[in-house]
Write a new protein. Structure first.
Length: 257
């Protein structure tokens, strides 16, 4: 069995470095993870690319909510994609839907033209599309490299049945990457049930920023946290997941000997 690729969500340059040192194979760089992820700053990408050896996929998502965008939203998406590619993004992560949840093929084509030869990933907007097998064929025809999906359930563990169907239907024409609630206790079952060779997850822990501790004014913090705090990638959590994935490969190889 070949290596199972580990993609980690990162919000900052520090996150990228922690993920890489923990054993991640690839980064998805975004902002505002509490909203499901938005377009990261150009500065974060530029500085991360100076320091990183592994690929960085940059999200292009202009706002929270759904994925049916106004002309102004879409103009921003095209501009962001062009700038991110220009400054070294190894690929772009995006999704564009019609108001009924179906894939907006024409707008996806425009984004793909901008990205050119870099990798393109259709993100979890796929999980609200009707007729997912038909939608998968559209993504294949468009030329997407990969689709990130939880199998249209809240978590990839719950969506294992559809994930397996997607892998079978894809037949190597597009990569299917499970994401959504992937954790050490369930990753083995997800990999075994779906046949996927890569997983996508957060590996975050809280870090305190005491600069506002003596003020009643708040500027955003983790819900319920006793002190002003924010989330960052936990290198040790990444390392543990890397070891677990490597262990799955070793166990499967031993069984086949």
């Amino acid at each position: 069995m070949t290596r199972i690729l580990l993609e980690i969500i990162a919000l900052t340059v520090e996150d990228c470095l922690a993920a890489e040192s923990g054993g991640a194979d690839r980064i998805e760089l975004c902002a505002a993870i509490a909203t499901g992820g938005l377009t990261p700053s150009l500065g974060a990408l530029i500085e991360a690319k100076k320091r990183m050896r592994i690929p960085i996929m940059a999200m292009v998502r202009p706002r929270a909510g759904g994925f049916c965008y106004s002309e102004d939203d879409f103009a921003v998406m095209r501009r962001d994609a062009a700038l991110l590619v220009e400054h070294g993004a190894d690929g772009i992560v995006f999704g564009v839907l019609h108001s009924d949840g179906t894939i907006d093929v024409k707008r996806c084509e425009k984004m793909l033209e901008i990205v050119g030869s870099r990798q393109t990933v259709f993100h979890r907007s796929f999980d609200v599309t009707p007729r997912p097998l038909e939608a998968l064929e559209q993504l294949i025809e468009l030329g997407f490299k990969r689709v990130l999906t939880s199998g249209q359930e809240k978590t990839a563990a719950q969506g294992r049945e559809l994930l397996r169907q997607l892998v079978d239907r894809a037949a190597g024409r597009i990569e299917v990457m499970p994401g959504g609630g992937v954790r050490p206790h369930n990753v083995g079952g997800i990999v075994e049930a779906t046949g996927c060779r890569q997983v996508h997850l957060t590996a975050l822990s809280a870090r305190c920023d005491s600069s506002t501790s003596n003020s009643p004014i708040t500027f955003g913090s983790l819900p319920g946290a006793p002190t002003p705090s924010y989330e960052c990638v936990d290198r040790e959590a990444v390392r543990r997941m890397r070891e677990m994935l490597d262990g799955l490969v070793e166990s499967a190889s031993a069984e086949n000997e």
